[in-house]
Ligand binder design. Structure first.
Ligand SMILES: *Cc1c(COP(=O)(O)O)cnc(C)c1O
Length: 412
Protein backbone atom coordinates (compact mmCIF):
# COMPACT_ATOMS: atom_id res chain seq x y z
CA UNK A 1 0.00 0.00 0.00
CA UNK A 2 1.25 3.48 -0.76
CA UNK A 3 1.04 6.19 1.87
CA UNK A 4 -1.66 7.78 -0.27
CA UNK A 5 -3.88 4.72 0.10
CA UNK A 6 -3.16 4.48 3.79
CA UNK A 7 -4.32 8.04 4.29
CA UNK A 8 -7.66 7.12 2.78
CA UNK A 9 -8.28 3.90 4.62
CA UNK A 10 -7.22 5.47 7.93
CA UNK A 11 -6.74 2.29 9.87
CA UNK A 12 -5.81 2.43 13.50
CA UNK A 13 -2.10 1.70 13.96
CA UNK A 14 -1.37 -1.64 15.61
CA UNK A 15 0.34 -0.15 18.61
CA UNK A 16 -0.17 2.72 20.96
CA UNK A 17 1.33 6.04 19.78
CA UNK A 18 3.60 7.43 22.50
CA UNK A 19 4.36 11.12 23.01
CA UNK A 20 8.06 10.58 22.23
CA UNK A 21 10.46 7.75 21.50
CA UNK A 22 14.25 7.96 21.76
CA UNK A 23 16.21 6.72 18.74
CA UNK A 24 18.81 4.28 20.07
CA UNK A 25 20.32 1.36 18.17
CA UNK A 26 23.28 -0.86 17.38
CA UNK A 27 25.68 2.07 17.20
CA UNK A 28 24.98 3.00 20.83
CA UNK A 29 25.20 -0.66 21.92
CA UNK A 30 28.60 -0.94 20.26
CA UNK A 31 29.78 2.38 21.67
CA UNK A 32 29.22 1.50 25.33
CA UNK A 33 31.57 -1.45 24.90
CA UNK A 34 34.48 0.99 24.66
CA UNK A 35 34.32 2.36 28.24
CA UNK A 36 33.00 -0.93 29.62
CA UNK A 37 35.88 -2.98 28.20
CA UNK A 38 38.55 -0.37 28.94
CA UNK A 39 37.38 -0.01 32.54
CA UNK A 40 37.57 3.79 32.38
CA UNK A 41 33.96 4.73 33.00
CA UNK A 42 33.91 8.35 34.11
CA UNK A 43 35.73 11.63 33.26
CA UNK A 44 37.86 9.84 30.68
CA UNK A 45 38.37 9.96 26.94
CA UNK A 46 34.72 9.53 26.01
CA UNK A 47 33.62 12.58 28.01
CA UNK A 48 36.50 14.65 26.59
CA UNK A 49 35.70 13.57 23.02
CA UNK A 50 31.96 14.17 23.49
CA UNK A 51 32.71 17.72 24.65
CA UNK A 52 34.95 18.45 21.65
CA UNK A 53 32.46 16.99 19.17
CA UNK A 54 29.52 18.79 20.77
CA UNK A 55 31.30 22.16 20.76
CA UNK A 56 32.22 21.67 17.12
CA UNK A 57 28.70 20.74 16.13
CA UNK A 58 27.02 23.77 17.68
CA UNK A 59 29.89 26.14 16.92
CA UNK A 60 31.00 26.94 20.48
CA UNK A 61 34.55 27.47 21.69
CA UNK A 62 34.05 25.26 24.75
CA UNK A 63 31.68 22.57 26.02
CA UNK A 64 31.43 21.03 29.48
CA UNK A 65 29.49 17.80 30.06
CA UNK A 66 27.44 17.43 33.23
CA UNK A 67 24.85 15.09 34.72
CA UNK A 68 21.72 17.01 33.60
CA UNK A 69 20.54 20.31 32.19
CA UNK A 70 19.43 21.25 35.70
CA UNK A 71 23.04 20.80 36.86
CA UNK A 72 24.19 22.81 33.83
CA UNK A 73 21.84 25.71 34.59
CA UNK A 74 22.82 25.70 38.25
CA UNK A 75 26.54 25.77 37.40
CA UNK A 76 25.95 28.50 34.82
CA UNK A 77 24.30 30.81 37.36
CA UNK A 78 26.93 29.90 39.95
CA UNK A 79 29.92 30.84 37.75
CA UNK A 80 28.16 34.04 36.72
CA UNK A 81 28.08 34.98 40.39
CA UNK A 82 24.34 34.70 41.10
CA UNK A 83 24.00 34.70 44.89
CA UNK A 84 21.52 35.37 47.72
CA UNK A 85 19.71 38.67 47.31
CA UNK A 86 20.02 38.67 43.52
CA UNK A 87 17.16 38.41 41.06
CA UNK A 88 17.12 36.36 37.87
CA UNK A 89 14.48 36.98 35.22
CA UNK A 90 12.87 34.09 33.39
CA UNK A 91 9.47 32.76 32.37
CA UNK A 92 7.02 30.91 34.58
CA UNK A 93 5.83 29.04 31.50
CA UNK A 94 8.66 26.49 31.51
CA UNK A 95 9.77 23.26 33.09
CA UNK A 96 10.24 23.86 36.82
CA UNK A 97 14.02 23.38 36.63
CA UNK A 98 14.37 26.73 34.81
CA UNK A 99 13.41 28.51 38.04
CA UNK A 100 14.56 25.96 40.66
CA UNK A 101 18.20 26.63 39.73
CA UNK A 102 17.73 30.31 40.60
CA UNK A 103 16.60 29.32 44.07
CA UNK A 104 19.53 26.85 44.43
CA UNK A 105 21.71 29.99 44.26
CA UNK A 106 19.62 31.70 46.94
CA UNK A 107 18.33 34.20 44.39
CA UNK A 108 14.72 35.14 43.55
CA UNK A 109 13.05 34.12 40.27
CA UNK A 110 11.31 37.04 38.55
CA UNK A 111 8.70 35.77 36.12
CA UNK A 112 7.55 37.57 33.01
CA UNK A 113 4.81 36.51 30.64
CA UNK A 114 5.01 34.78 27.27
CA UNK A 115 3.62 36.04 23.97
CA UNK A 116 -0.10 35.69 23.32
CA UNK A 117 0.39 33.23 20.47
CA UNK A 118 3.68 31.35 20.93
CA UNK A 119 5.27 29.78 24.01
CA UNK A 120 8.33 32.00 24.37
CA UNK A 121 9.01 35.10 26.45
CA UNK A 122 7.42 38.41 25.49
CA UNK A 123 10.63 40.44 25.37
CA UNK A 124 8.73 43.75 25.57
CA UNK A 125 8.18 42.97 29.28
CA UNK A 126 11.87 42.56 30.00
CA UNK A 127 12.94 46.16 30.62
CA UNK A 128 10.23 46.72 33.24
CA UNK A 129 11.31 43.63 35.19
CA UNK A 130 14.89 44.80 35.66
CA UNK A 131 15.92 46.24 39.02
CA UNK A 132 19.32 46.97 40.58
CA UNK A 133 19.19 43.39 41.93
CA UNK A 134 18.90 41.75 38.49
CA UNK A 135 21.97 39.59 37.87
CA UNK A 136 20.99 37.40 34.93
CA UNK A 137 18.29 36.42 32.46
CA UNK A 138 17.51 32.78 31.71
CA UNK A 139 16.29 32.80 28.10
CA UNK A 140 14.29 29.62 27.48
CA UNK A 141 14.02 28.24 23.94
CA UNK A 142 10.72 26.58 24.76
CA UNK A 143 9.85 23.27 23.08
CA UNK A 144 12.85 23.74 20.78
CA UNK A 145 11.60 27.01 19.29
CA UNK A 146 14.26 29.74 19.56
CA UNK A 147 13.17 32.75 21.62
CA UNK A 148 13.88 36.31 20.50
CA UNK A 149 17.50 36.35 21.66
CA UNK A 150 18.39 39.50 19.73
CA UNK A 151 15.99 41.58 21.83
CA UNK A 152 17.06 39.86 25.05
CA UNK A 153 20.76 40.43 24.34
CA UNK A 154 20.14 44.10 23.56
CA UNK A 155 18.36 44.72 26.88
CA UNK A 156 20.96 42.65 28.77
CA UNK A 157 23.86 44.59 27.24
CA UNK A 158 22.27 47.94 28.12
CA UNK A 159 21.89 46.86 31.73
CA UNK A 160 25.08 44.80 32.11
CA UNK A 161 23.19 41.59 32.85
CA UNK A 162 24.36 38.05 31.98
CA UNK A 163 22.32 35.84 29.65
CA UNK A 164 22.04 32.07 30.13
CA UNK A 165 20.19 30.15 27.43
CA UNK A 166 18.02 27.31 28.68
CA UNK A 167 18.43 25.28 25.51
CA UNK A 168 17.35 22.02 27.19
CA UNK A 169 15.03 21.29 24.25
CA UNK A 170 16.82 23.22 21.52
CA UNK A 171 19.77 21.13 20.31
CA UNK A 172 19.68 21.34 16.50
CA UNK A 173 17.57 24.52 16.40
CA UNK A 174 18.93 27.58 14.66
CA UNK A 175 18.57 31.31 14.91
CA UNK A 176 19.37 34.10 12.48
CA UNK A 177 21.39 37.06 13.65
CA UNK A 178 22.75 39.85 11.44
CA UNK A 179 21.71 37.82 8.41
CA UNK A 180 23.62 34.68 9.44
CA UNK A 181 22.21 31.42 10.76
CA UNK A 182 23.84 30.04 13.88
CA UNK A 183 23.13 26.94 15.91
CA UNK A 184 21.58 27.35 19.32
CA UNK A 185 24.50 26.84 21.68
CA UNK A 186 26.99 28.79 19.54
CA UNK A 187 26.27 30.58 22.08
CA UNK A 188 24.95 34.11 21.64
CA UNK A 189 24.57 34.70 25.38
CA UNK A 190 27.22 33.92 28.01
CA UNK A 191 26.40 30.24 28.47
CA UNK A 192 23.94 27.81 26.86
CA UNK A 193 22.66 24.68 28.63
CA UNK A 194 21.36 21.46 27.05
CA UNK A 195 19.56 18.34 28.28
CA UNK A 196 20.03 14.72 27.21
CA UNK A 197 16.90 13.44 28.97
CA UNK A 198 14.97 10.98 26.74
CA UNK A 199 12.29 13.59 25.98
CA UNK A 200 14.88 15.82 24.29
CA UNK A 201 16.44 15.49 20.81
CA UNK A 202 19.34 13.25 21.77
CA UNK A 203 19.64 11.20 24.94
CA UNK A 204 22.27 9.68 27.20
CA UNK A 205 19.60 8.49 29.67
CA UNK A 206 20.22 11.60 31.71
CA UNK A 207 22.87 14.18 30.99
CA UNK A 208 23.57 17.78 30.15
CA UNK A 209 26.05 20.12 28.50
CA UNK A 210 27.14 23.72 28.88
CA UNK A 211 28.65 25.69 26.01
CA UNK A 212 30.42 29.02 26.23
CA UNK A 213 32.87 31.15 24.28
CA UNK A 214 34.41 32.52 27.48
CA UNK A 215 37.51 30.42 28.20
CA UNK A 216 37.78 31.57 31.82
CA UNK A 217 34.26 30.36 32.52
CA UNK A 218 34.92 27.07 30.71
CA UNK A 219 37.92 26.22 32.86
CA UNK A 220 36.02 26.96 36.04
CA UNK A 221 33.02 24.92 34.92
CA UNK A 222 35.29 21.94 34.24
CA UNK A 223 36.58 22.09 37.83
CA UNK A 224 33.27 22.84 39.54
CA UNK A 225 31.44 19.85 38.03
CA UNK A 226 34.08 17.62 39.62
CA UNK A 227 34.15 18.79 43.26
CA UNK A 228 36.29 21.82 42.39
CA UNK A 229 39.33 19.58 41.75
CA UNK A 230 42.14 21.53 40.08
CA UNK A 231 43.56 18.69 37.97
CA UNK A 232 41.46 16.40 35.82
CA UNK A 233 41.69 12.61 35.79
CA UNK A 234 43.13 12.41 32.29
CA UNK A 235 46.11 14.59 33.18
CA UNK A 236 46.73 12.70 36.42
CA UNK A 237 46.57 9.29 34.75
CA UNK A 238 48.89 10.36 31.94
CA UNK A 239 51.50 11.86 34.24
CA UNK A 240 54.72 10.03 35.12
CA UNK A 241 55.07 12.32 38.13
CA UNK A 242 52.96 12.10 41.26
CA UNK A 243 50.32 14.86 41.18
CA UNK A 244 48.26 15.75 44.22
CA UNK A 245 45.08 17.61 43.47
CA UNK A 246 43.80 20.72 45.25
CA UNK A 247 40.37 22.19 45.84
CA UNK A 248 40.40 25.95 45.75
CA UNK A 249 36.64 26.50 45.89
CA UNK A 250 33.45 24.67 46.82
CA UNK A 251 32.49 22.33 43.96
CA UNK A 252 29.80 19.81 43.08
CA UNK A 253 29.53 16.29 41.75
CA UNK A 254 27.79 16.98 38.44
CA UNK A 255 29.78 14.46 36.38
CA UNK A 256 28.59 12.76 33.23
CA UNK A 257 29.98 9.22 32.90
CA UNK A 258 32.01 7.85 29.97
CA UNK A 259 29.28 5.28 29.41
CA UNK A 260 26.80 8.11 28.84
CA UNK A 261 29.28 10.10 26.77
CA UNK A 262 29.93 7.14 24.48
CA UNK A 263 26.19 6.98 23.79
CA UNK A 264 26.05 10.75 23.36
CA UNK A 265 28.74 10.68 20.68
CA UNK A 266 26.68 8.26 18.60
CA UNK A 267 23.53 10.29 19.22
CA UNK A 268 25.29 13.42 17.96
CA UNK A 269 25.99 11.69 14.64
CA UNK A 270 22.28 11.07 14.26
CA UNK A 271 21.30 14.65 15.07
CA UNK A 272 21.25 16.25 11.58
CA UNK A 273 19.02 13.49 10.17
CA UNK A 274 16.83 13.63 13.29
CA UNK A 275 16.26 17.37 12.91
CA UNK A 276 15.50 16.99 9.21
CA UNK A 277 12.94 14.27 9.91
CA UNK A 278 11.30 16.20 12.76
CA UNK A 279 11.00 19.25 10.53
CA UNK A 280 9.35 17.11 7.86
CA UNK A 281 6.88 15.75 10.43
CA UNK A 282 6.05 19.31 11.54
CA UNK A 283 5.27 20.22 7.92
CA UNK A 284 2.79 17.34 7.76
CA UNK A 285 1.11 18.45 11.00
CA UNK A 286 0.87 21.98 9.66
CA UNK A 287 -0.72 20.77 6.41
CA UNK A 288 -3.12 18.33 8.05
CA UNK A 289 -4.23 20.52 10.96
CA UNK A 290 -4.38 24.01 9.47
CA UNK A 291 -7.95 23.56 8.29
CA UNK A 292 -9.28 22.91 11.80
CA UNK A 293 -11.16 25.99 12.86
CA UNK A 294 -9.98 27.61 16.07
CA UNK A 295 -6.94 25.35 16.47
CA UNK A 296 -3.76 27.40 17.02
CA UNK A 297 -0.73 25.89 15.31
CA UNK A 298 2.82 26.76 16.38
CA UNK A 299 4.45 29.40 14.21
CA UNK A 300 8.11 29.59 13.30
CA UNK A 301 9.35 33.19 12.99
CA UNK A 302 11.36 33.78 9.80
CA UNK A 303 14.53 34.23 11.91
CA UNK A 304 14.17 30.83 13.61
CA UNK A 305 14.39 27.17 12.64
CA UNK A 306 12.95 24.85 15.26
CA UNK A 307 14.06 21.26 15.85
CA UNK A 308 10.40 20.63 16.80
CA UNK A 309 11.32 18.93 20.07
CA UNK A 310 7.59 19.23 20.77
CA UNK A 311 4.63 20.11 18.59
CA UNK A 312 2.22 22.06 20.77
CA UNK A 313 -1.22 23.19 19.60
CA UNK A 314 -3.76 25.55 21.19
CA UNK A 315 -7.25 24.17 21.53
CA UNK A 316 -10.27 26.13 20.32
CA UNK A 317 -12.04 28.12 23.04
CA UNK A 318 -14.53 26.02 25.00
CA UNK A 319 -12.72 22.71 24.51
CA UNK A 320 -11.76 21.03 27.76
CA UNK A 321 -8.12 20.03 27.69
CA UNK A 322 -8.44 17.02 30.01
CA UNK A 323 -11.48 15.63 28.18
CA UNK A 324 -9.76 15.98 24.82
CA UNK A 325 -6.60 14.28 26.07
CA UNK A 326 -8.71 11.41 27.46
CA UNK A 327 -10.53 10.92 24.15
CA UNK A 328 -7.20 10.76 22.34
CA UNK A 329 -5.77 8.34 24.89
CA UNK A 330 -8.84 6.14 24.40
CA UNK A 331 -8.03 6.11 20.67
CA UNK A 332 -4.46 5.01 21.37
CA UNK A 333 -2.72 8.39 21.16
CA UNK A 334 -0.64 9.84 23.99
CA UNK A 335 -0.65 13.62 24.43
CA UNK A 336 0.68 15.89 27.15
CA UNK A 337 -0.65 19.04 28.69
CA UNK A 338 1.09 22.18 27.40
CA UNK A 339 4.06 23.59 29.30
CA UNK A 340 3.45 24.14 33.01
CA UNK A 341 3.33 27.44 34.92
CA UNK A 342 5.96 27.33 37.63
CA UNK A 343 4.32 30.07 39.73
CA UNK A 344 1.20 27.92 40.16
CA UNK A 345 3.03 25.07 41.89
CA UNK A 346 2.99 24.62 45.67
CA UNK A 347 6.79 24.70 45.68
CA UNK A 348 6.50 28.39 44.70
CA UNK A 349 4.89 30.11 47.64
CA UNK A 350 4.25 33.83 47.90
CA UNK A 351 7.53 35.56 48.62
CA UNK A 352 9.60 32.87 46.91
CA UNK A 353 9.24 34.54 43.51
CA UNK A 354 8.30 37.87 42.08
CA UNK A 355 6.26 38.96 39.09
CA UNK A 356 8.17 41.13 36.64
CA UNK A 357 5.45 43.74 36.30
CA UNK A 358 5.80 46.80 38.49
CA UNK A 359 3.21 47.14 41.20
CA UNK A 360 1.95 43.65 40.56
CA UNK A 361 1.18 40.75 42.81
CA UNK A 362 4.39 40.27 44.83
CA UNK A 363 4.32 36.58 44.19
CA UNK A 364 0.67 35.88 44.93
CA UNK A 365 -0.98 33.10 42.98
CA UNK A 366 -3.61 35.19 41.24
CA UNK A 367 -1.17 37.17 39.17
CA UNK A 368 -2.99 38.76 36.29
CA UNK A 369 0.28 39.64 34.63
CA UNK A 370 1.09 36.04 33.71
CA UNK A 371 -2.20 35.49 31.91
CA UNK A 372 -0.75 34.30 28.60
CA UNK A 373 1.35 31.74 30.47
CA UNK A 374 -1.71 30.51 32.35
CA UNK A 375 -3.85 30.43 29.21
CA UNK A 376 -1.22 28.42 27.34
CA UNK A 377 -1.03 25.88 30.15
CA UNK A 378 -4.80 25.47 30.21
CA UNK A 379 -5.49 25.49 26.48
CA UNK A 380 -2.60 23.75 24.77
CA UNK A 381 -1.60 20.12 24.27
CA UNK A 382 1.53 18.46 22.90
CA UNK A 383 1.09 15.93 20.10
CA UNK A 384 3.29 12.86 19.53
CA UNK A 385 6.37 13.54 17.39
CA UNK A 386 9.35 11.18 17.05
CA UNK A 387 11.63 10.33 14.15
CA UNK A 388 10.37 6.76 13.80
CA UNK A 389 6.78 7.98 13.40
CA UNK A 390 5.12 6.54 10.29
CA UNK A 391 2.81 8.43 7.97
CA UNK A 392 -0.02 6.17 9.11
CA UNK A 393 0.65 6.98 12.77
CA UNK A 394 0.81 10.70 12.13
CA UNK A 395 -2.41 10.74 10.12
CA UNK A 396 -4.06 8.71 12.87
CA UNK A 397 -3.04 11.37 15.38
CA UNK A 398 -4.49 14.11 13.14
CA UNK A 399 -7.75 12.29 12.57
CA UNK A 400 -8.10 11.41 16.22
CA UNK A 401 -7.62 15.06 17.14
CA UNK A 402 -10.19 16.17 14.56
CA UNK A 403 -12.72 13.60 15.75
CA UNK A 404 -12.20 14.38 19.43
CA UNK A 405 -12.56 18.14 18.85
CA UNK A 406 -15.72 17.59 16.87
CA UNK A 407 -17.37 15.45 19.49
CA UNK A 408 -16.45 17.85 22.32
CA UNK A 409 -17.70 20.88 20.40
CA UNK A 410 -20.95 19.08 19.62
CA UNK A 411 -21.42 18.24 23.29
CA UNK A 412 -20.81 21.85 24.33
C1 LIG B 1 13.96 19.28 30.30
C2 LIG B 1 14.16 20.66 30.67
C3 LIG B 1 15.04 21.04 31.69
C4 LIG B 1 15.71 20.05 32.61
O1 LIG B 1 16.57 19.15 31.97
P1 LIG B 1 17.15 17.90 32.81
O2 LIG B 1 18.24 17.37 31.92
O3 LIG B 1 16.04 16.94 33.01
O4 LIG B 1 17.68 18.43 34.09
C5 LIG B 1 15.24 22.39 31.92
N1 LIG B 1 14.60 23.33 31.19
C6 LIG B 1 13.74 23.00 30.21
C7 LIG B 1 13.08 24.08 29.42
C8 LIG B 1 13.47 21.66 29.93
O5 LIG B 1 12.59 21.35 28.99
Amino acid sequence: MTSEQISHTMTKPQSFIPIAKPLLGEAELEAVKRPLSSGWVTQGREVAAFEVEFAELVGAAHACAVSSCTAALHLALHVLGVSPGDEVITVSHSFIASANVIRYCGATPVFIDIEATGYNVDTRLLAEAITEKTKAIIAVHQLGMPCDLASILAVAAQNNIAVVEDAACALGSQIQRDGCWSNIGAPLGDIACFSFHPRKLITTGDGGMLTTNRSGLAERLGRLRQHGMDVNDRIRHASSQVINEHYSELGFNYRLTDIQAAIGREQLKRLPAMVQQRRALAVVYQAELSAIEGLGLPLEPDWARSNWQSYCVRLPAGVDQAQLMQLMLDAGVATRRGVMCIHREAAYRPGQWRCGSLGCCDGLKACGQLRHSEAAQAQSIILPLYVQMTKQEQLWVCNTLKGALQSLLERA
